[in-house]
Design a protein around this ligand. Structure first.
Ligand code: GTP
Ligand code: MG
Length: 203
């Protein structure tokens, strides 16, 4: 699988602003600072495609990136969207902001008919927090396919990372869950995620 294109398309905070051209969507959700925007850059290999910041709360809108893949053995390029969402659970944004967040993210997740799966990112260094558990349950309850991704694996040793992934499954309450380890710094997990995307595109 080869990524042949990666470009910012548009941003939205309401339905009327979603892209006119419908394409399969792969969504990235997670707490502020967990590494959503960095993952999009690592996946597309376009530096600074999605804006990254050490300051939590960088991404404020639903951001669509148009990406093309060439699946091995095929001449044709398949285009789809990677969708970067603002992070949840950022204390400083305040209650009012959180309400607004919840409104337009829920609206998006419940109304977009093009979502293939939602990647829920959780920092491998910590146990999933209550907001992660709530989000995971909400996605599952609403019938959205979820792929849990453990981010920043480069921050832990291999054995510590494995232990923590086992913990994450426990805390999320799904012992048989598949969790994908990912490091945007080292591109670990990149080819696995591209394969999952490709598989879902050819279905
Ligand atoms: P918001 O837009 O605020 O919700 O954050 P985000 O989830 O998009 O996080 P972002 O990609 O902006 O990254 C936050 C910080 O984590 C930045 O300082 C990144 O450099 C760092 N970071 C992201 N991914 C990795 C990773 O795989 N390894 C390491 N070591 N740092 C990472
Ligand atoms: Mg971001």
């Amino acid at each position: 699988v080869v990524v042949t294109k990666g470009a910012y398309l548009t941003s939205a905070v309401k339905k009327e602003q979603y892209p006119e051209v419908k394409r399969p969507e792969f969504v990235f959700i997670g707490r502020s600072n967990v590494g959503k925007s960095s993952l999009i850059n690592s996946l597309t290999r376009v530096t600074n495609l999605a804006r990254v910041s050490r300051q939590p709360g960088k991404t404020q809108t639903i951001n669509y990136f148009e990406v093309g893949l060439k699946i091995d053995g095929s001449e044709e390029r398949t285009d789809f969207y990677l969708v970067d969402l603002p992070g949840y659970g950022y204390a400083k944004t305040g209650k009012e902001n959180r309400k607004i967040w919840k409104k337009f993210i829920d609206e998006y997740l419940l109304n977009s008919e093009s979502i293939q799966f939602v990647c829920q990112l959780i920092d491998i260094r910590h146990d999933p927090m209550q907001s992660d558990i709530d989000m995971f349950r909400w996605l599952v309850t609403n019938g959205l396919p979820v792929l849990v991704i453990a981010t920043k694996t480069d921050k832990l040793s291999r054995s510590a990372a494995q232990k923590q992934i086992a913990r994450m499954k426990q805390v999320l309450g799904v012992p048989e869950l598949d969790i994908l380890p990912y490091s945007s710094l080292k591109n670990e997990g990149r080819s696995e995620l591209l394969d999952s995307i490709a598989t879902s595109l050819i279905k």
